[in-house]
Design a protein around this ligand. Structure first.
Ligand code: FAD
Length: 617
């Protein structure tokens, strides 16, 4: 039997491909495998079927069984539903690749461009139960035997990319590394939408597409999208990776799934007393490396000489020239040593992509979130659907471990949007559905999403509770359908405020909500909730609500009614970080009279009400 033959070159190539541990090796062994079985990877439509036919190897068959099960889901309509669509995906991070897989299962031709040539991030991502289920279903365990074997559930970013890259390639996705996306090129003549790439002569530059998925990571904002900025109090994140030699002693050390100051004051006080290190929280995962992520207080970083000079501006404060790298290494090592009870015998730094100790400092003071998740551009009669996924849609706050879970949810939602597009649904309906679903993303937690992981699919109703696909109406997304700028087309006119076009009768009569707010803010100084607009201007009512339910999160005695922007900013950042509720307007809009939109407040306060009504996590 062929499967017993240890020297069958195609089996050997398959084994090497499965085990490959770098992006380059994955691509190399994939090319070798294709050569051995004589299947052209450019033949995306029948690539997977031919590969299956020609690779008669038991190890491969176990993987095909998994992938076939996924591909047989009715949502994909046997890969016919998007057979006419061509999709360009920007970024081979976890979310770009996860989206690419779904698009190829829908039958689309998918090309991914990635500017890096290596996958080098040791940092570790927390996985919600559904993501583990999802990745197992894609054969993660076959590519990476240690997948989720620890006490906690996590994976390094690079391992996750490797798994998803392998699955993508097997399903016929074209992945080009070392290719920098520099913008979209509008249709001309017979040519449709293409991408400006570097190097310009790259074959992918000729690819014409009708769907563009942007998964370029945090702070990457494609043309036409706007980001909201959520500025909270200064939050300095430190990540550190130490070599894991997988010894028995290391295996004994307990992981820390996340301990926050408010829940364990003693631990942080002891740490401060013993070392001078002052933290808000810390997480430790034992993965390919010993990975730590912590939020450190500025004062202790200054005192320990990690930050050289104090600046009020976070960017200046954390500029490389103002950070003593050696001192940072010592700080991270000491924190790691203390928090693991000195049990990790040899805290030697792993290396980062540049061959230096893998320790880094990040600014979480200002988080970004895209205002919209989708857009349609039409030029010369050619339509392009654009969707954002991953960090460029909503930046995650790493210590809370939400990043990859919400990233994958958005990848599925984007695939569902492309499915509607492939079915020929009207652009405004595609956009309004996508934006309706996007409203739910930032509130998701493992507790309020469906527990039926086996039932998860790209259909949002299998994952989100209480979904309403038309909470945003087509007339509210007209500004997201951008037809030739040069021509005046009523459908391209921007709406100033989408919410304000909802019918008044749908926003009236919120007595119950007001009563609930009054009940839980009663007795707080300078707080008098009478309505859903002006009563909230100073920010004190929001802060009081938070204080009522979680007194440890906010110190009301430090707040000043006249400092409305500060109060609102504080409340927004706490609600986002602690409850996952994104703000609906800027702190300064909230603080200025006449700027508070009633319907937005209804949505915001309803989310807060739901979150506080839910049992604590
Ligand atoms: P990313 O993983 O950032 O992927 C985006 C990809 O797009 C990158 O590979 C990038 O090279 C590529 N790209 C960007 N611009 C272009 C372009 N113009 N052309 C072509 N390609 C482009 N999360 C945690 O929870 N814990 C952590 O400790 C942690 N550490 C991180 C460390 C770093 C240095 C970074 C960048 C992110 C980190 N994250 C961490 C975030 C986490 O990696 C993401 O949430 C997760 O990877 C999902 O992100 P994504 O796929 O949306 O984007």
């Amino acid at each position: 039997m062929a499967s017993q033959d240890p020297v069958n070159p195609s089996h050997a190539a398959f084994d090497l491909f499965i085990q490959a541990q770098t992006c380059k090796d994955v691509q190399r062994y994939f090319a070798e495998l294709c050569k051995q079985v004589e299947v052209d990877p450019k033949d995306f439509r029948s690539f997977y079927t031919k590969l299956k036919e020609r690779l008669n190897y038991w190890k491969a068959k176990a993987l095909w069984t998994k992938l076939d099960k996924r591909a047989s889901h009715p949502d994909y309509e046997q890969g016919k539903v998007c057979a006419k669509n061509k999709c360009l995906v920007l970024g081979a991070g976890p979310c770009g690749l996860r989206t690419a897989i779904e698009l190829s299962l829908l039958g689309a031709q998918v090309v991914v461009v990635e500017k890096r040539e290596t996958f080098s991030r040791n940092n570790v991502l927390h996985l919600w139960p559904y993501t583990i289920y999802d990745l197992r279903g894609l054969g993660a365990k076959k590519f990476y035997g240690r997948f989720c074997t620890g006490a906690l559930d996590h994976i390094s970013i690079r391992q996750l990319q490797l798994i998803l890259l392998k699955v993508s390639l097997l399903l016929g996705v074209e992945v080009h590394t070392g290719v920098d996306f520099q913008g979209l090129i509008e249709p001309s003549g017979d040519k449709g939408w293409t991408a400006k790439l570097h190097p310009g002569c790259h074959p992918a530059a000729a690819f014409q597409f009708d769907v563009f998925i942007s998964a370029g990571g945090g702070r990457f904002i494609p043309d036409g999208f706007k980001h909201k900025e959520l500025r909270g109090k200064l939050a300095i994140g430190i990540t550190a990776n130490f070599i894991n030699r997988h010894t028995a002693a290391e295996a004994q050390v307990a992981e820390i799934s996340g301990v926050a100051r408010i829940y364990n004051q003693k631990f942080f006080q002891d740490l401060l007393t013993a070392t001078g290190i002052d933290l808000e929280n810390i997480v430790y995962y034992k993965d390919d490396t010993h990975y730590f992520v912590m939020t450190a207080k500025k004062k202790s970083l200054l005192k320990k000489g990690v930050i050289k000079q104090d600046y009020s501006d976070a960017e200046e404060l954390l500029a490389p020239a103002n950070v003593d790298h050696e001192a940072l290494c010592c700080y991270a090592r000491e924190a790691a040593h203390f928090s693991t009870g000195g049990q990790l015998p040899d805290l030697q730094f792993a290396q980062n992509h540049a061959g230096r100790p893998d320790v880094a400092m990040f600014d979480f003071t200002c988080m970004h979130r895209a205002e919209n998740a989708s857009l349609v551009k039409e030029r010369k009669g050619k339509k392009l659907l654009i969707g954002l996924v991953g960090d460029c849609l909503v930046e995650p706050f790493w210590p809370l471990g939400t990043g990859i879970a919400r990233g994958f949810l958005a990848a599925f939602d984007a695939a569902w949007m492309v499915r509607s597009w492939g079915k020929g649904t009207a652009p405004l309906k595609v956009l309004s559905e996508r934006e309706s679903v996007y409203q739910l993303l930032s509130q998701t937690t493992p507790e309020n999403t469906s527990k039926n992981y086996a039932g998860y699919s790209i259909d949002p109703s299998t994952r989100y509770q209480h979904i309403n696909f038309s909470s945003i109406k087509a007339n509210q997304v007209q500004h997201l359908y951008v037809v030739d700028d040069s021509k005046s087309n009523p459908s391209s006119k921007k709406q100033k405020n989408g919410w304000s076009h909802m019918r008044q009768d749908s926003v009236g009569g919120f007595d119950e909500l007001i009563k609930w707010c009054q009940k839980h803010t009663a007795g707080y100084e300078n707080v008098n909730v009478k309505d859903l607009t002006q009563s909230w201007r100073s920010g004190l009512a929001l802060c009081a609500l938070i204080h009522h339910f979680r007194p440890q999160l906010i110190d009301m005695s430090t707040l000043d009614e006249s400092n409305a922007v500060h109060n609102n900013q504080l409340a927004f950042s706490i609600l986002e970080r602690e409850l996952g509720i994104s703000p609906i307007m800027s702190a300064s809009d909230m603080a200025s009279s006449g700027q508070i939109d009633k319907l937005s407040m209804v949505l915001y306060l309803t989310q807060i009400q739901d979150a506080f009504a839910a049992p604590p996590l």
